[in-house]
Write a protein that binds this ligand. Structure first.
Ligand code: 5GP
Ligand code: ZN
Length: 113
């Protein structure tokens, strides 16, 4: 999608600190980190959000979770990490290309604010 920020990151038109990439997904450092590890995992395919994903995209959505777990392992976040989708205005979604937040490296409170 031409005017999507994360599609532009995928295309290399906007720079990012890449953490992982393969033919299905890309992971990069969040520009405004909320924890020592704050990585965004996105599918290369443009999907507006988890609420817009279809059954045909189930594998891709699950794959993004596994990429997050792999990065957490690499970063030795076994003590605790969190994967989050913000969906809609109340949850603070600002970018409408599906992205999974991987947060870790500090103690996190529950429930989240
Ligand atoms: P949301 O609030 O939609 O769940 O998350 C969007 C995330 O994208 C935010 O955590 C924000 O800091 C991050 N972000 C916004 N613009 C950019 C950018 O240009 N580059 C990177 N790396 N992250 C961005
Ligand atoms: Zn996009």
């Amino acid at each position: 999608m031409t005017d999507c920020l994360f599609c532009k990151i995928i295309a290399g038109k906007i720079p990012s600190k890449k953490v992982y990439e393969d033919e299905k997904a890309l992971a990069f450092e969040d520009i405004n980190p909320q924890a020592p590890t704050h990585v965004l995992i996105i599918p290369r395919k443009h999907i507006a959000g988890i609420d817009q994903a279809t059954d045909a995209e189930a594998e891709l959505v699950g794959y993004c979770q596994l990429v997050a777990a792999k990065i957490a392992r690499e970063r030795k976040l076994g003590h605790g990490f969190r994967t989050v989708y913000n969906v809609g205005p109340d949850a603070g979604q600002t970018v409408f290309h599906l992205h999974l937040h991987l947060l870790g490296g500090r103690k996190m409170s529950w429930p989240p604010g």
